[in-house]
Design a protein around this ligand. Structure first.
Ligand SMILES: Cc1cc2nc3c(=O)[nH]c(=O)nc-3n(C[C@H](O)[C@H](O)[C@H](O)COP(=O)(O)O)c2cc1C
Length: 262
């Protein structure tokens, strides 16, 4: 049976690289493809009320629940989106911010495979968009097989370059359900952007500590499925409970500084 691919893209270009790459991969796999373009969706900001963490429905009436239901129906999730000013596009970031409410789908999403594809126009301006895209995949809970960055400024430019091989690699990884670690990636979580701490590399996504050859000195656990469940159900709910306990005191302190009207 052919796999059902769902691609989340965020671009106004009808034939943008993110769209064309998704179609290429689906064609190579002879798979069904649905594309959700976040620029066409109504995605409003998270109210940070934490209600969804207690199992309540989100009070915001927009398209996020519909997108999560679509993810629930797919076998493989592609997150395929461009770099805008070194980071993910605004619409894609808006979607991640609403993913507290994806928690109720987590047990099912964690059985799905995912691939992250990030398109940039300039080799020296890739920035950290692929890390943001990777975080989206990990917050949702999908098992990321590959995190691929592709230089392709003009729509379809990648088909005229060596980059097309990266798309074949992705198709192969999905077909074989095989994890691919590219050069320069964190061997634990596939992230490409690091912080330097005392001459060692800290992976800001999974929290692993690596040497400059990217060997693991200490394996990080952040964004593993177990970590995500604990973060949502223990740490975040714990924060909310603490807030309920001390909110009168916080209000009193704030009023002492700003007066009652603020
Ligand atoms: C508003 C805007 C900002 C961009 N910022 C960057 C950037 O910071 N670094 C980069 O390499 N490319 C940047 N680009 C180029 C896009 O990442 C590149 O053209 C990409 O292939 C677009 O993907 P798409 O064809 O799927 O829309 C930018 C493009 C736009 C329109």
């Amino acid at each position: 049976m052919s796999k059902k691919l769902l691609s989340i893209v965020s671009t106004e270009r009808k034939k943008g690289n993110s769209v064309l790459a998704s179609k290429y991969i689906a064609k190579a796999l002879n798979a069904e493809l649905e594309i959700i373009n976040l620029v066409k969706k109504d995605i409003r900001p998270c109210k940070a009320c934490y209600r969804c963490l207690y199992g309540e429905d989100c009070k915001i009436d927009d398209d996020v629940e519909e997108i999560l239901r679509k993810i629930d129906e797919c076998d493989v999730l592609l997150i395929s989106s461009p770099v805008y000013w070194l980071d993910a596009t605004g619409n894609l970031k808006a979607f991640i911010d609403r993913c507290f409410m994806s928690m109720k789908y987590f047990e099912r999403f964690k059985n799905k495979k995912g691939v992250v594809l990030t398109f940039h126009g300039f080799e020296d301006m890739k920035g950290w968009a692929s890390a943001t895209h990777l975080v989206l995949a990990k917050v949702l809970g999908v098992d990321v097989l590959a995190n691929i960055e592709i230089k392709s400024a003009l729509p379809a430019e990648m088909f005229m370059t060596e980059s097309i091989k990266k798309l074949d690699l992705v198709a192969e990884a999905i077909k074989e359900e095989k994890r691919v670690v590219m050069d320069g990636q964190c061997p634990v979580c596939l992230n490409t952007v690091f912080r330097v701490i005392d001459g060692k590399l800290d992976c800001p996504v999974c929290g692993s500590l690596l040497d400059t050859e990217l060997n693991i000195l200490k394996r990080g656990e952040r964004f593993t499925p177990e970590w995500v469940v604990k973060h949502f159900s223990v740490e975040l709910i714990g924060l909310k409970e603490k807030y309920k306990e001390i909110k009168d005191e916080l209000k009193r302190q704030t009023e002492m500084i700003f007066g009652e009207s603020d």
